[in-house]
Design a protein. Structure first.
Length: 335
């Protein structure tokens, strides 16, 4: 007897992704706000899972029928990918789906900080009209933007900053081709230290790996201009938050705009939230409705491909496809 494949979704996703799964004949189940134990129980009947959070090895151990993990986003550092692969579980992700949204949010943080948007809003609500004369704001036009990392989002930020705001851009990225940086209208930085010392605004766009952890530490922060703005819409672990707190409190740099943090959700006792020269958003840069729809559909399409024994478009490791786990009975899917 044929059986419907089961997909568990661990966090809210766009309805069109869910609709695509259902139309294909997938049994969609939801396991929101689960701790590790509850998630493991939810995954015990799953053939696929879509996650916007973490999937640890202990949860994977509970999922004997799991064939594919779909990461709702491009960064997979919250999934125990290596362990999943040892179990023959394919891991897919969704590159480029939220590139424009994250790039826009990056520029939003730059603008809001340079124009003192939150301070101006509070002043206007209180009738403090003198802020017009006392609040010191700056234009982005002509300023020097330092981009650290030159993947899809870093490239898009570069394009928007040059084309939309007339900024001068320098890029430091150990893995980028220098010719590509120059072709984008930017200047290759000789070193990270050179970039930090010259930039008016610094924007992080690196993946989180052991070699990128705390790219911005106390030494890096002391190399920046005292007027510099630091933006992070990439991964929280790229910044040493204790060092950043000290830098902001002691005015080593002017301000920071952060969408990502070392610990998420941001801890209530986080010292960064007590500072006036920070602008914090809850990891929502890539969460416009347009980006969410594109990402959810990308996850759903790849899951359906796996169930139809078609290699999905964005496998993290193509070698796993040949040795992947297959459940022992046919799954009923609609064409």
């Amino acid at each position: 007897m044929m059986k419907q494949p089961v997909c568990v979704i661990t966090h809210p996703i766009h309805k069109d992704g869910i609709a695509l799964l259902i139309a294909a004949g997938v049994d969609v189940r939801f396991a929101y706000d689960c701790d590790d134990k509850a998630l493991g129980k939810a995954l015990s009947s799953a053939n696929a899972v879509i996650t916007r959070g973490s999937i640890k090895s202990n949860s994977i151990d509970c999922a004997d029928n799991l064939e594919v993990i779909a990461n709702h986003g491009s960064g997979t550092d919250k999934i125990d990918v290596r362990y999943a692969h040892t179990k023959g579980i394919a891991v897919v992700y969704t590159p480029n789906c939220n590139t424009l949204a994250v790039a826009e949010h990056t520029l939003l943080l730059m603008l809001a900080l340079s124009h003192k948007l939150l301070c101006a809003d509070r002043a206007a609500r209180k009738g403090e009209w003198d802020f017009k004369f006392t609040g010191i704001t700056h234009s982005l036009y002509g300023k020097f933007l330092g981009i650290i990392g030159f993947g899809d989002i870093g490239r898009q930020v570069c394009k928007m900053a040059i084309g939309g705001f007339g900024m001068r851009v320098s890029v430091w990225s150990p893995h980028a081709v220098i010719a590509d940086i120059i072709a984008a209208g930017a200047i290759p930085a000789g070193s990270l230290t050179d970039l930090l010392g010259n930039a008016d605004v610094i924007s992080l766009h690196r993946p989180l790996r052991p070699d990128t952890f705390h790219t911005i530490d106390s030494v890096a922060l002391r190399n920046m201009k005292s007027s510099a703005l630091l933006i992070n819409t990439s991964r929280g672990g790229l910044i040493d938050e204790d060092a950043l707190y000290q830098a902001l409190q002691e005015n080593w740099i002017a301000a920071a705009g952060l969408d990502v943090f070392e610990h998420e959700p941001l801890l209530p006792r986080s010292r960064l939230s007590t500072l006036q020269n920070t602008l914090l958003t809850p990891h929502l840069a890539g969460s416009t409705q347009e980006a969410l729809r594109k990402t959810a559909i990308c996850c759903a399409e790849q899951i359906v491909s796996v169930f139809r024994e078609i290699e999905p478009q964005h496998l993290l490791n193509n070698e796993v496809w040949q040795s992947r786990r297959k459940i022992g009975h046919k799954l009923m899917l609609k064409e």
